[in-house]
Write a protein of this length. Structure first.
Length: 359
């Protein structure tokens, strides 16, 4: 409804769960990844064909591997593929690092076909967009591995995520607590589950050994039972869905992103930085950024280092203030939506003109 309020025409095609299951079952004996068919519905493809016949569109923008199949419906117009992330790269990390057997099994099942599929997708689009340099490098590696030297993949441009700097802005209200540690994220996502379990099991005991008063808030919708059980310790709170993240970030002494595996750019980190909260994160969460470790955020490589960084930020207000201010400056320079919008517009123009390189 927010998009419609801006004058954008929006058509929604719900894909029922039985349809997604059928798509996956039919794809099992094929070379198509389950991710590529999961959200597919023929009605959506038919509607796209009709829209393209009726309207005079300059460019077609297709986002994510789950929508990539829709390129079949497009004829005679340049198509930009917004991959967001390299999904094969995510699956590789999931197989190696996820503590959840189901997540590891699903990633292993889809990994080989996803590698091949993502490489060949690069032949079907005029331009490709990702959110980070490492995702660009991962896709380019797949292209070298699976495409012949005669094949010419589409150019890949990094258009990083932005953050609304007016919506997420510094605010220290009455509830600010230097000993409250906050994690935000959609808790049905396996990487977020792995993050909070790692933090609760490996990092928090090290923190509590030195400061038992530190509290941990897990803020995000659809927490599974394994996450909800963490509240057996009253110092851990699992909120479930909240209407507005900002009050939780504003109260946080430290915001953490203990992600064991990740692709792209972590919006949770950008939002915390925009609110000038000190951030402590893993290298996996930090790798998609252009930030400077130790200046814009503290980066930890093991549980002992993670606990030490958090205790420093909780007990040293000058350090917390410096980190918060530096993080805010970083997102102001590197993650303004206006800059990302201009770069994406340049990608559209290059797709129309058949240009293969974007400055």
């Amino acid at each position: 409804e927010g998009l419609r309020g801006l004058g954008v025409r929006v058509e929604v095609f719900p894909v029922p769960a039985p349809r997604s299951l059928l798509n996956c079952l039919l794809a099992l004996p094929s070379r198509e990844p389950l991710q590529a068919v999961y959200a597919y519905h023929p009605r959506m493809e038919h509607r796209l064909r009709a829209l393209l016949r009726e309207g005079d569109f300059d460019v077609v923008h297709i986002e994510h591997l789950r929508a990539a199949r829709l390129v079949r419906a497009v004829r005679g117009r340049p198509v930009v593929y917004d991959a967001v992330d390299c999904i094969a790269f995510l699956f590789e990390q999931t197989v190696q690092n996820s503590p959840q057997p189901r997540a590891r099994w699903m990633a292993r099942l889809d990994l080989a076909r996803t590698r091949r599929y993502e490489a060949h997708l690069l032949l079907r689009f005029a331009q490709v967009v990702v959110t980070s340099r490492r995702d660009k490098e991962a896709l380019e590696t797949l292209a070298r591995r699976y495409l012949s030297t005669r094949e010419r993949p589409a150019p890949i441009t990094v258009v990083t995520n932005g953050v609304d700097l007016e919506y997420f802005r510094p605010s220290e209200g009455d509830g600010w607590d230097p000993r409250t540690v906050v994690f935000t994220g959609k808790m049905s996502y396996h990487a977020n589950v792995a993050s909070v379990l790692y933090f609760a099991q490996e990092v928090l005991p090290r923190i509590w050994a030195r400061d038992p008063a530190v509290r941990f808030q897990i803020v995000g919708k659809d927490p599974p039972e394994v996450v909800q059980r963490l509240t057996a310790d009253e110092r851990i709170e699992v909120t479930g869905y909240v209407e507005d993240l900002r009050p939780y970030l504003a109260r946080a002494g430290v915001v953490v992103c203990p992600t064991r595996y990740a692709v792209g750019v972590q919006n949770k980190v950008l939002e915390a930085m925009a609110m000038a909260r000190p951030v402590v994160c893993t290298q996996a969460a930090f790798a998609g950024l252009q930030a400077v470790a130790g200046r814009d955020a503290l980066v930890a490589n093991d549980p002992d280092e993670f606990a030490a960084h958090i205790l420093r930020a909780c007990t040293d207000p000058n350090l917390a203030r410096r980190l918060g201010q530096a993080g805010r400056r970083y997102v102001e320079v590197h993650h303004r939506w206006e800059n990302s919008g201009r770069r994406l517009t340049a990608v559209y123009e290059a797709a129309q003109a058949g240009i293969k390189e974007i400055a």
